[in-house]
Design a binder for this molecule. Sequence first.
Ligand SMILES: Nc1ncnc2c1ncn2[C@@H]1O[C@H](COP(=O)(O)OP(=O)(O)O)[C@@H](O)[C@H]1O
Ligand SMILES: [Mg+2]
Length: 281
Amino acid sequence: MNKNEQKKIPEITIDPQKLKVMAALRDIKHVIVVASGKGGVGKTTVAVNIATSLATRGLKVGILDADITGPNVPKMVGLENERPAFDEKEKKILPLESTYGVKVISMEFLLQSKTDAVIWRGPLKMGAITQFLSDVKWGHLDYLIIDLPPGTSDEPLSIAQLIPKADGVVIVSTPQEVALLDVKKSINFVRKVGLKVLGLIENMSGLICPHCHKEINIFGKDGGKKAAEEFNIPFLGAIPIDPAIVPLSDEGKPFVGQTGESQTIFEKIVDNLIAEIKKNE
Ligand SMILES: Nc1ncnc2c1ncn2[C@@H]1O[C@H](COP(=O)(O)OP(=O)(O)O)[C@@H](O)[C@H]1O
Ligand SMILES: [Mg+2]
């Protein structure tokens, strides 16, 4: 070994953005990321209802809408067209609160027009997400739920990479998407980010008949369960297609706040999710 080689010390790179985010998240106990292989599978519905369910259990909860291209968390919790206040003294954005006391921050609050999002470029979007994590006065939270943009491309990847110390990722898919390849893509995505898969939720699995309230399995059953077994990840549960969900989310009301089969099913899914998180503590 020559002298030059002896002097070499491993390079330590400290990402200043990440440090800032880590400092800001010190008061947040758990971070859950919600991701999906594609859009329209109910990722935001799941994120909003996890947050609301946890809040109704007396926990302090926040939701960060990181889906910058389609920020629709505010609409689903009845905060559309609202604007957050700014704490001049602390120079921090104050999150808005849903009826259930869930603190919400979304790009939607900052957009002038609904079409602005499409012209935002990558680095600008990353800057905005970093700010949402570090310059928002979240206060003490038991859980912060993050609604990621859909897909497994670079954008959701870099956003997820900005979030240190997350407990893990909940993957949402529909029965059609539960095709092994899609689930595998999502799992690889989570691994690339260096996070843990907390579990798979199959959404729009079967239909609850509005007349007899029984479940009709349109796309077969147990696809999600089998995929989870195949890849050795926890299966958190299956949410049926419930015709009541669309009008409720359009009105800004999370369905867990209502009564019905889907609500009971969803509460069990949240129980399973909490159990997974506790396992890792
Ligand atoms: N289990 C379900 N039953 C009926 N409608 C649902 C269900 N899950 C989601 N939806 C509806 O499907 C649409 C897409 O859901 P959303 O959560 O916005 O998907 P994503 O965030 O993945 O794009 C919304 O109108 C939502 O109300
Ligand atoms: Mg969404």
